[in-house]
Design a protein around this ligand. Sequence first.
Ligand SMILES: [Zn+2]
Length: 259
Amino acid sequence: MPAPRTYRAEALVLKNAPFGEAGLMVTLHSREWGKLRVVANGARKANSRLVGHLEPLTLTRLLLARGRTLDTVVQAEVAGTFPNLRAGLAAMTRAQFVTELVDGFGSEDSPNEPLYELAVDTLSVLERDPNRDLTLRHFELHLLQVSGFMPELFHCVECRRSIEPDRHRYSVDSGGTLCLDCRPAGAQVSPLSLRALKVLRFLHRSRIDELPDLQTSPAVSREVTALLAASTQHWLGREIRSNSFLKVLERSGEAGVFS
Ligand SMILES: [Zn+2]
């Protein structure tokens, strides 16, 4: 029996771009199919009803038709929006950081429902409290987990012994904590403070919608931020563009310490 010509998807719109004369190329992460790049023909025409359902940061229910190279949008219906994330530069920048990483880590070849749920949960928490960087750190660590790159936080990645307090370092490319005795050839090794390790373990075991305020120093916040940024960039294999916008926010005093 031939595959059905149409299929349904529940998806988060990550970005869109003009395509052809009046169409849109829409990049989505769907619950059912993973990442999708689909075309909405005629969406940029003045009388089109499609475009409002395909804006970035929209949750949408879609009916899609299989095409020879690209699938097309037959119907789209908004299932949820995040108005506070569009309301200011700081909130928008954090939301774009989330969508950029979901775009980067999502795969067009395999569904990843945990990644879809992580993205929606993170945006929902940011929608209620858009100025909290701890939400983004939680997102990065759990993004690594649902993508199969969860860093080791309890044992030495080389000799497998339990990590003892204050006797640890961190290696992005070896995949997590190292004891002081191990130094794998060629590995990038950085210092890791006990407080930063505790923050990482805390983020790992916490739910994103129940994160309390953490009384950490700016130095520990910076250490955790830098370590997670290095880990996501390493596994993604390229710079994360929205990181530079987040740094601008940090310098302007709108971001920084975990509170
Ligand atoms: Zn070791």
